[in-house]
Design a protein around this ligand. Structure first.
Ligand SMILES: [Zn+2]
Length: 313
């Protein structure tokens, strides 16, 4: 499932490519026809993410998308249809080699392929939404109800800062739940945006046993967990993928050199890692920190990975 960093990047792309322009919205697959008719020929004025929810504001109407496990957005357009990445570098988005335009000067999009729930289209390009679990238009009351049910999203903190109020809310949410910390981190009402990978990796980094009741975490543990999750999510937004294991991590010790190999087959700590995670999908292999075997089991239908040797808090 796309985790929070993916949705924040997606919101950033929609913000850059579509916001401020009058757009056309359609539902080639059909189920979103009424919603599309409501949104088309209007101008979106802000695209944001809240946890795993994509929110596009158009006056009093709010377009709400949740990708779920299999949803995705794809963008195509002409050479001017570009976004800048976190470093400010311009990146073309699915470039059409020989674009053609209609009389109004709008690029003529490809015929929809597969089940396109929603297509958004501006003069320079278009985006196709496939397979979401939610794609609907909300009014302000419905929108308030949606975000009112969501816990704090670490990626909504001011850039480079920790928001003390959000941290307090996270701590309160953990204290009120009678569930394990592993279950709590997946509860979007406790913290928004964390999915299976960040859960496993953040608990590992903080050496927290996934079965520890969430209300038993002390303030230091809660603070550290929030900061670690914030760092991991922010890195995910910058890099566009989840990589929580770094060649330079001091906890790797000497084992680090076994894990990294440059493209010519040599080894070196500066080379790209062959694996990007400490425990996620590394069950039945030795923990890189303590050597014990990493375990996996199902928890509420999702796989949980952890090391019994060093996640003991
Ligand atoms: Zn370990």
């Amino acid at each position: 499932m796309p985790e929070g960093h993916t949705i924040h990047r997606l919101a950033g792309r929609i913000q850059q490519l579509f916001v401020g322009q009058t757009w056309r919205v359609s539902s080639p697959q059909g189920p979103f026809t009424t919603g599309a008719a409501r949104l088309t020929d209007r101008t979106p004025h802000r695209a944001v993410a809240w946890g795993k929810h994509l929110i596009v504001h158009l006056g009093a109407d709010i377009w709400h998308v949740h990708l779920g496990l299999y949803g995705s957005f794809g963008f195509r357009g002409d050479e001017a249809f570009v976004t800048s990445d976190a470093l400010g570098e311009l990146r073309p988005v699915g470039r059409v080699k020989e674009p053609t335009y209609d009389d109004a000067g709008w690029i003529i999009p490809d015929a929809p392929r597969g089940a396109v729930r929603a297509r958004i289209h501006v003069p320079g390009g278009w985006g196709d939404l496939r397979g979401p679990v939610k794609c609907r238009v909300l009014n302000p009351m419905q929108y308030e109800a949606l975000v009112g049910r969501l816990g704090p999203d670490p990626l909504r903190q001011p850039t480079g800062e920790i928001d003390p109020q959000m941290l307090l809310t996270f701590r309160d949410n953990l204290a009120r739940r009678r569930i394990s910390i592993a279950a709590a981190l997946m509860d979007q009402a406790v913290i928004a945006g964390v999915g299976n990978v960040y859960r496993a990796e953040a608990l590992f980094v903080e050496r927290i046993n996934p079965d520890t009741p969430s209300q038993q975490l002390d303030a230091d543990q809660t603070n550290a967990l929030w900061i670690t999750i914030t760092d991991q999510l922010r890195t995910g937004v910058q890099e566009g993928s989840i990589r929580t294991l770094r060649p330079t991590d001091p906890e790797l010790g000497l084992r680090g050199s076994d894990l990294h190999r440059d493209r010519r087959g040599g080894t070196g700590r500066a080379a790209e890692p062959l694996r990007g995670h400490w425990v996620y999908r590394h069950h039945d292999t030795p923990c890189l920190r303590c050597g014990q075997t990493i375990l996996m089991r199902e928890l509420q239908g999702r796989r949980l990975y952890w090391c019994p040797g060093c996640q003991t808090r």
